[in-house]
Design a protein around this ligand. Structure first.
Ligand code: ADP
Length: 409
């Protein structure tokens, strides 16, 4: 902190910051506003606002002031928290951390860390966690070129500012979550209304036909109509089941019952169950099994459902051919489902596993349904310790891969 900065002006600055933002302020603006003010008020040579992701223990740079190119370069993507050990201590310990001179501290005796601090010419550092209630959202790191003794006042002020930033950040995130849930609600209403309209019209039309003596009286026609009614009924049931499955996933009610399973048998039974669907689509499905028996440890029902969604999609979107191949890769079994269908536009590929997402090239497809199938598949596969990914080219086709670790029988 500039020593000359009078207490009143610091208090004023703190008050001002809280006035300048509200729940709709974009996070990037919040970071820039607070970051640049903190940089000047505390006389730091460089400053970073970090966001922390505890699930994968990474840091993302929210804002940087006068950081070296080496730091901004390495932080273009999320970086492991260990790369900045002082920040790791602050975010994981939840309290302020200072180092008066990094050359005296063994903490910085890691080659990559040393290089990054060297590139900024930083000798002293203060890291203040961004704490909102019990959650640590990230941290602000203040870097100084000279060794520095941080006073209790400096630390207290830095903490007050960072608490204000964390609180604003928390409010912005809560607002974003609220908006996202509003958006999902309206998407659900759109999808439900759209998806129910056609089957309900078909149900009503067929019921009218049954009532009509000249059609419904004919046993052959009657049988055909009843079969059609059955199909529509199953489609509606599947649709509602998908929503209930998503609800169970989101509420954390999913409990896989894993047991040793032969992947060949599981895939073969899914392909068998989809036989009627395949015939209806006039698609050929080839299944290539493994050379010998192996075992994976999964919940057969959940993984069967995931496979049904992925193989069902391949059949739905294929032109004429679907190849399902199992192979061993290292210590994994990989199930590849390849189709020669519509493919997925490059730009939309990152969204494909999101809830309710349907790509623009299938939105008018007579069968594109809720956009929940792949979301469910991914959750089910991952909850069973597996991975799912794909490659795709628009107009040429897609291959979805599902991998599980081999287990000992
Ligand atoms: P849907 O019921 O709409 O198929 P999914 O969640 O199963 O919902 O799939 C989401 C979206 O992913 C689909 O709408 C489609 O755009 C795309 N997709 C999934 N599988 C394929 C595939 N095999 N070929 C092309 N696009 C696919």
């Amino acid at each position: 902190m500039s020593v000359a900065e009078p207490l009143a002006s610091k208090l004023l600055a703190l008050g001002e910051m809280s006035q300048l933002t509200n729940i709709q302020t974009p996070k990037s603006k919040l970071f820039a506003l607070f970051g640049s003010k903190l940089h000047t008020l505390f006389g730091a040579s460089a400053l970073a606002v970090w966001m922390y992701q505890p699930a994968d223990r990474t840091l993302t740079l929210g804002y940087g002031h006068d950081l070296s190119e080496a730091v901004t370069g390495v932080c273009e993507k999320p970086v492991p928290v260990e790369l900045f050990p002082e920040t790791a201590l602050a975010v994981e310990g939840g309290s302020i951390w200072t180092t008066e001179d990094i050359s005296d501290s063994p903490l910085f005796d890691v080659p990559k860390t040393k290089e990054l601090f060297g590139s900024m010419g930083a000798r002293a550092v203060m890291v203040v966690p961004l704490r909102a209630l019990t959650r640590v959202l990230g941290a602000v790191s203040f870097y100084y070129r000279e060794p520095k003794d941080f006073t209790a006042d400096e630390k207290a002020f830095a903490l007050a500012f960072c608490n204000a930033l964390a609180l604003s950040l928390n409010n912005v995130e809560a607002y974003e979550r609220l908006m996202a849930s509003e958006r999902i609600k309206s998407e659900v209403i759109d999808v439900v209304a759209h998806q129910f309209r056609t089957p309900i019209a078909t149900l009503r039309g067929n019921i009218e036909l049954l009532k009509d003596e000249s059609v419904g009286g004919d046993p052959k026609m009657r049988a055909q109509i009843i079969e059609e009614l059955g199909k529509v009924g199953s489609k509606l049931r599947k649709f509602v089941e998908n929503f209930l499955n998503v609800k169970a996933i989101d509420e954390g009610r999913l409990e896989p019952h894993r047991e040793n399973t032969n992947p060949d048998d599981l895939v073969a039974s899914v392909v068998r169950d989809l036989e009627g669907y395949r015939t209806q689509h006039r698609v050929h499905v080839a299944l290539q099994k493994l050379p010998g028996p192996v075992v994976i440890n999964v919940d057969q029902q959940l993984v069967g459902e995931a496979l049904t969604n992925v193989i069902g999609n391949a059949i739905k979107y294929a032109k004429q051919q679907v190849d399902v191949r199992l192979r061993i890769e290292g210590s994994d079994v990989v199930i590849a489902v390849q189709d020669d269908g519509v493919g997925i536009p490059d730009i939309e590929q990152p969204m494909i596993f999101q809830k309710l997402f349907r790509a623009s090239n299938v939105i008018r497809h007579p069968e594109a349904s809720s956009g929940l199938g792949l979301y469910i598949a991914k959750q089910y596969v991952e909850r069973n310790g597996g991975r799912i990914w794909f490659t795709s080219e628009e107009g040429k086709g897609s291959t979805f891969f599902i991998a599980f670790a081999l287990s000992t029988p």
